[in-house]
Design a protein around this ligand. Structure first.
Ligand code: GLP
Length: 257
């Protein structure tokens, strides 16, 4: 089962996940981190920044990227990862990859990204947010649990949700390149974060719902090591919330995230 940790705030989640990343880096300074975009992982990046760790050997792979934005667009995930992760945390830009950033053609970009992840030794810790459609990365409902990095079409809901980052809703691309659910499941530790009531149905479906491609987040139930770190609002539709609280309160000394 996933370890579900219900925290009082997004800041508390950021600190807890930063503890886990700091512990990983202490034992493996060149760890491979899987970065997520969106607003959800920002408290983790802020908490990491405040610790002043040396992350110069860390390698990183972003989950996804829009297709079709002009190069250097401030809302491209390449630009977001540079702004929110690489620069504030002192990572080396050449060690951090975003799908489709290798200068090659879009066709085949997914396969090349997969090969690059494998060559780096795989992802040690993958941060994940979740969309209101239940997507992780940009794996919209219907995505195969075995899927690898590929071009996907965004849903109307996801384009509307992400319109807040653009000047007009029409500017939101219709397509993206995203790691597949199969890619994500190869990471050694998944950390799924969610905050706010709007995420409660997607979290309930991911954690307690049936395993179904209609709820792509439910793929995490197949993974041997998953930490779901959420606030009370995002946990509000979990049937077994009291048990998760009890289990976390009674965790054994070595059972950290
Ligand atoms: C985006 C990203 C996802 C992210 C999700 C939630 O579309 N591709 O990786 O998890 O939407 O975004 P937010 O964290 O801003 O709610």
């Amino acid at each position: 089962m996933a370890e579900v940790v219900i925290v009082p705030s997004a800041e508390a989640a950021g600190e807890l996940v930063a503890d886990s990343i700091a512990a990983l880096i202490a034992t493996k300074p060149d760890a491979v981190l899987g970065f997520a975009t969106g607003s959800t992982p920002l408290p983790v990046y802020r908490a990491l920044q405040s610790r002043g760790l040396d992350l110069s050997a860390v390698r990183g792979f972003a989950l996804d990227e829009y297709v079709g934005l002009p190069p250097g667009h401030p809302e491209s995930y390449r630009a977001v990862i540079t702004r929110e992760v690489v620069e504030p945390l002192g990572l080396r830009p050449e060690l951090v990859r975003v799908p489709g950033d290798d200068g090659g053609p879009l066709e085949g970009a997914g396969g090349r990204y997969e090969r690059d992840i494998v060559s780096a030794g795989g992802v040690d810790l993958q941060l994940l947010g979740i969309g209101r459609t239940g997507h992780i990365g940009f794996n919209e409902p219907g995505s195969s649990f075995g899927s690898l990095t590929r071009v996907k079409t965004l849903t109307v809901q996801t384009r509307a949700d992400n319109a807040r980052f653009f000047d007009s809703p029409d500017e939101v691309p219709t397509h993206c390149l995203t790691q597949g659910l199969g890619t994500i499941l190869r990471a050694r530790h998944l950390v799924l974060l969610a905050f706010g009531e709007g995420k409660a149905p997607a979290i309930a479906a991911a954690v307690e719902g049936p395993l179904t491609a209609s709820a792509p987040g439910s793929a995490v139930q197949l993974h041997p090591r998953v930490s779901v770190v959420i606030d009370e609002a995002a946990a509000s539709q979990l049937v077994n919330a009291d048990y998760y609280r009890y289990a976390w309160e009674h965790r054994l000394p070595w059972e950290n995230l």
